[in-house]
Write a new protein. Sequence first.
Length: 585
Amino acid sequence: MVARGLRALRGALRAIAAAERRFSTRPARAPAMDYQDTIRTLNTLQTNASYLEQVKRERGDPQAQLEAMRGFLERSGLKVEDLDRLNIIHVTGTKGKGSVCAFTECILRSYGLKTGFYSSPHLVQVRERIRINGQPISKDLFSKYFWLVYNRLEETKDPACASMPAYFRFLTIMAFHVFLQEKVDLAVVEVGIGGAYDCTNIIRAPVVCGVSSLGIDHTSILGDTMEKIAWQKGGIFKPGVPAFTVAQPEGPLEVLRDRAQERECPLYLCPELDAFEGDNQALELGLAGAHQRSNAALALQLARTWLQLRGCRGLGELKEVPSGTELVGRLVPLAPTFRPTDAMIQGLRDTEWLGRTQVLPRGPVTWYLDGAHTTSSIQACVRWFRQAALNQDKPHDGSEVRVLLFNATGDRDTAALLKLLLPCHFDYAVFCPNFTEVSMASNADQQNFNVTLETALTRCLENQQKWTRLLEEKAGQDPWLSAPLRAGGLLQPPPARGTLLLVPPAPRPLNSPALVFPCLAQALRWVAQGRDPHLAAPAATGAHHPAASSGAVLLQEAAAIRVLVTGSLHLVGGVLRLLDPALSQ
């Protein structure tokens, strides 16, 4: 069934394959290259064959991985001792670690400090990963430091080993160069994957560490249980360096405690944000969603500890407030609460972090963007979306259409994620790869040589079938299915070759149409039906198909269209690039 659907896209696949071939060779190195050429050179590190062979040899030996990273760092002109000058806050976790970093950076920036912030992945442009004072570094600055690091590594290469670090390792080294040479007061560094084996773990003396909520993710790398994942995350703990975590299940929390004891690291549990709110005055957060409260509580502890350990003066006095909570019997001692300063309050309020619980209202179309990609983060996303949609003004005639735009990458259990989204009562589900256009040749920032369009579309078609089966299991049980959709009807085989809209490739009854598009531009145009001023009306291609045409009518006539985009931060980034072209400038 999936194979039949893929045959309808062979023409599109040829286009993307040609683009991949065109940019798979490394361009000549020259500092005068423009930003896009710089990014294309960076992208060649995604498929560094010698590096992949090295990773295979080092698998299971974190010491070898960290030694390799230290070697690359030294070849670039830095030593691990140099990183001590960056006054680093090192943060790991499964869910919310990026939000914790964003809150922490904004709080400390509110004190007038010059901040560096390294995170991943990027949404629209790769330079988002390296920020100074909350803003992505400029294209000129990115190119300057890229070629500085790249040329040094080229000049010191050894034929006997990998001459270039892979993509994430390279950007990590580059970020350290940027922060040191731009003389930031501190650097907030987000772990890539895990902790113990992560290349950021060459940091030997952070000021403070944080562990956000744990969950199941990257199981092929980190392990298939929460305890195994907690062991990996605790790998960033350092002797004598205070660390904080949020409420965790008992088993993983025990593992974190044991890791902290092994490494002689003082570990504390953050009180809930309620404990910081006095006089019935709730703290205002720049990021929406109840789950952000624990992220904000962790950020407060990280920022306060950094300020104390760095002996900052004239930054607002921190007054201890007794927590009133007994520590007896606790796995991890509870950190003391305190009264947030005005700068802390302002930092929490001013925090922005695109693609996380973000709402973009565009007339009748409202886009809800959240890069959730684990079961627990999808659950939080569902709670946020249902509440956010509920708070929107209801159409007078009640004609509201809900659309899910979904994709997931890696080894994630998409059936489990999709099942959690059912309570949102979507009228349509749209599945699409993370490619903004069928050919990504003009957008080097979002090229990914590790994933082909054919592989991505196969995954989308599988997700389409999973969604259809989930709905069929609920058929006849849910009154929320609209009458036209309950009536169903049989869908026809897919359109002829060259048609860019796919529907289930075999006749089957369907409660809620599930569609597949080969790129985000096509998907967004169909969803918006010309009613979002930033998106053109959909082309006539595929409009003859029953599911497409009936859906178009409902979308065109609805007083309100609510679109949830979730499952992948890369998907959210592609959508943002199309909805807000200014982000690409």
